[in-house]
Design a protein around this ligand. Sequence first.
Ligand code: DGL
Length: 258
Amino acid sequence: MNTNKIGFLDSGFGGITVLSEALRQLPKENYIYYADIEHVPYGTKTKEEVRKYVFQAVEFLVNQGIKALVVACNTATSIAVKELRGMYDFPILGMEPAVKPAVLNGNGKRVLVLATALTLREEKFHNLVQRVDQEHVVDYLPFPELVELAENMIFDYRKVIPVIKNKLAGINLENYKTLVLGCTHFPIYRNAFKQALPPFIDIIDGSEGTIRYLKRLLEERRLISTNTDGGNVVFFDSGIQIQNKERLKTFEWLISHC
Ligand code: DGL
């Protein structure tokens, strides 16, 4: 057993949607959550910039003595995870758009992937699509507006649903069966998506699978915790521990709503 914390990293609030799944599946672990708000959003920046920020964040988390790292950000994963795995021995998990399960779910019907512009530009995404999209049913669209809404703490669906509808206005949704939330910020708005989309469209993301895999790796490497006081999270904004009560409340509210 190992009582060290598990590190989580995202540009902002998005990784909370993955952390809340970890708290469900691994309630005896303790966590450090790093929101890189000094540099949010990642998705509209260059690959080189994001790489630099992610390496800074990981170095900070490593200095805190983490036993595993979840790069709870699709954008950061596509830029840096491979290189990070070559540098550290502890388990490093990333996020990638759940394209494969979406293609299987669609049974020939189209799949729409929403993610950041940088994720969609990267080779990692195109290789994934090429591997699993034999029937050419996958379409994709960047959605930076939703990251911006989340970081501005706009959680009122009356404001969010029109933004979603507007983004999808040019798409004939009748042809689609599955929507992939390929950015960890987007599941914050899962219910807004449900309300904005026709009921025959399934909405999927990769959090559950990533955390299931994390659990397996911790077990295999005997890193799993049997703490009785697990489930604690320490939050950092770009390396500074968050003390502000209002900000902490937002994080906690998001954990309970995702
Ligand atoms: N949450 C992130 C992702 O999954 C990035 C959002 C952003 O900073 O642009 O891609």
